[in-house]
Design a protein around this ligand. Sequence first.
Ligand SMILES: CC(C)(COP(=O)(O)O)[C@@H](O)C(=O)NCCC(=O)O
Ligand SMILES: [Mn+2]
Length: 918
Amino acid sequence: MAGNPSTKNEDDTINDNNEVGYLKESSSSSSSKEKEEENEMALNTMHRSSSRPQLDLSGAAIQGNFEERNPTILLPNQSDDISHLALDIGGSLIKLVYFSRHAELSPDDKRKRSIKKRFGISNGSRRSFPILGGRLHFVKFETEKLNECLDFISSKQLHRGGIDSPSWRSGTISDDNITIKATGGGAFKFADVLKERLGVSLDKEDEMTCLVSGANFLLKAIRHEAFTHMEGQKEFVQIDHNDLFPYLLVNIGSGVSIIKVDGYGKFQRVSGTNVGGGTYWGLGRLLTKCKSFDELLELSQQGDNSNVDMLVGDIYGGMDYSKIGLSASTIASSFGKTISENKELSDYRPEDISLSLLRMISYNIGQISYLNALRYGLKRIFFGGFFIRGHAYTMDTISFAVHFWSKGQAQAMFLRHEGFLGAVGAFMSYEKHGLDDLRVHQLVERFPMGAPYVGGKIHGPPLGDLNEKISWMEKFVQKGTEITAPVPMAPPGTTGMGGFERPSSRGNSLRSDASATLNVGVLHLVPTLEVFPLLDDPKTYEPNTIDLADHSELEYWFKVLLEHMPDLVDKAVASEGGTDDAKRRGDAFARAFSAHLARLMEEPAAYGKLGLANLLELREECLREFQFVDAYITIKQRENEASLAVLPDLLMELDGMNEEDRLLALIEGVLAANIFDWGSRACVDLYHKGTIIEIYRMSRKKMQRPWRVDDFDEFKKRMLIDGNNRQQPYKRALLFVDNSGADVVLGMLPLARELLRRGTEVVLVANSLPALNDVTANELPEIVAEAAKHCDLLRKAAEAGGLLVDAMVSIQDDLKDRSASVPPLMVVENGCGSPCIDLRQVSSELAAAAKDADLIILEGMGRAIHTNLNARFKCDALKLAMVKNQRLAEKLFNGNIYDCICRFEPAGQVLREDSVRI
Ligand SMILES: CC(C)(COP(=O)(O)O)[C@@H](O)C(=O)NCCC(=O)O
Ligand SMILES: [Mn+2]
């Protein structure tokens, strides 16, 4: 039974007299691998610690004169010679941005080298970007606790390039020479302390310049950086970086700076106000005795400001002042009620005072900002600074003020990295790192469980190893449970006509800063990522078919993922030998992923725009974070072996058919074999009912046409060359393969073979990193090699594509032999480690292979349905999947679980009616 080692063996249950055919007793399992090879493979997989392929160190190139005796060698990813840290030391907070290199680099294996050669992908063509191939982290400390910040820097050796830096390890850097970029008033005030404690000098950068360059960078390079926030609703705004300027930047720190930004490096501080975050905190502290800014902010959530503020209704006997558009609940005068009553401070609730203060200051900032926008004719106002802290009420109040006074003409927008603008700008001011040239598709934001380090408070010393991380995470999650508990609902918000109206953002969209600590992730800088060149319109491309904005949808998918967790943890722990260490990591993974889900349930947009694909990827990332290299490895291997054993018979039967029947059998085969999906609850339950081959056979039997979406006839017309309508065969097909085992071996490989037979070059596109039971690009050459033992055509094509080990001995020969009559079968990695694929960020290999492709085949639910069902391409596209979830089948296709989708979309076809988005 598939996936259950305690049940009967595959091999003794195979039946050769079934109706469907193709299957007969397997005499032997696939050849056993050499132990060494296994070890090497395991090692290769172990190297891949992050979900995107990482920068290739082999880009080293000689700079300048080649004849020189000791020419300078440029290492594009070598970052030792630059500082890794920048600081923004403000009145209340210290913001740190630091860089860490990727721990491991993906090996430049033979397959990769062959592909690079074939498609002319070079490492040397990139400019000198020492900073790329690493990660940017964001951390904050209270300025009062400067010592904690210095301890953090020192224990991580950030001022010396990080603890992983060779120069730190070898002691070649002397502290005296180190300069760190810093901005903010504290860069002057604390320069001596830094010199004394860390031995470093501060290179002071202008604060406004840093704010602006930080904002420009973030708006240009991060997809979901800016968002609006109105009446509790967060909406991400896609900023076209060609149409960014001019805008107004309002940075709310202790005080407020208002800057008109006209371009890169072109700006003017046009105004400001001394009533800012410091005012709220200072007055709030005096009036409420709160111990921290966050406590004060939290307090405001239980407040009712009408006990303190004088409302229009208080003046007009409970009536609206409708003539000028003010409702009874509008604030006429902040704190106005406190003058007319004979009460002391102690007679007022601190909660009410905090809220009144917060609204007064936020509203005032919103209004002054609007007036400045009006003065310069600007429509867009971006608000940054740590005063905001992702606090819904603050953002709503500011948005309300801007919207009300501009009569909807100007828009308030907020930035996810609100507090880090200055620090990012200071970081950008280092020369040589090439950050300016980064593009959206080269940045991947990840949310590891250590995220409270990033954008969050630091609890205790930095984590040294995984063990520390797990125990720290356990503590954090305990804390997180308190935090993520629903915030009490406020009394119903008053509505009215404007003016000092009370914004209605209350209830569970409010949260403390502590829970907002996961809002800012780690930015992975991956220069090898590209936009998939065959996307018809990358600007309108939306990878998520289900965007989870609908709360019931969100709840459903959260439930699915939670239910799947115990099984996943079991598999993950077993994949690492079931040791105590693996169990502890499994437990930590479950806690961490549940904490992420809880956080997202509370605020779905916390990590940027949320779609199902993001959730599925987050789960894989989380597994990797706890060092589960490949949770489904055993299952994948077993299914590969069982399927390879029956492949020769399948191929023989296919070869006995006429063209038309064969093509149908091939497509049926892909759809039927897509049932092997360890991410689907229903399928996993099914696997307990039979062996792999039994299930495959059962699945084939059920292949009744018409399928739920059935464009097979159109596809057939295009594929088959008939007497009247002679079509050219496709030149190159990209086959986005999905699962290991039957799916790839009995489904996609035979289809690939058919295309090869028709003279089409075939590129198998597979994951860079494991995700569920998906096959990876690393694993494919071995599978193809096994299959090729039974098929001459596959062997020759694989040889021509540089896939077979023998053929890979000399890539050069392989490339010379392009004239061989068999088209090549190649494998490229897709750049992902997820069951889905976002085609805005794919590997350079895939992008290069796509250039001459005229057919793409997307297979499986993750790639063809969850993502890309509505994607439009410049070339013909075939989308094949079995729908293995009842709800999805109903919602998207008005169908049922196990329905099949065969959608053929010729290039340039107008959008189909059955294109769906829910
Ligand atoms: C994770 C998956 C997208 C993988 O499907 P595949 O791409 O392998 O066909 C799919 O199994 C899925 O959506 N699972 C969750 C839903 C469920 O358990 O029903
Ligand atoms: Mn899959």
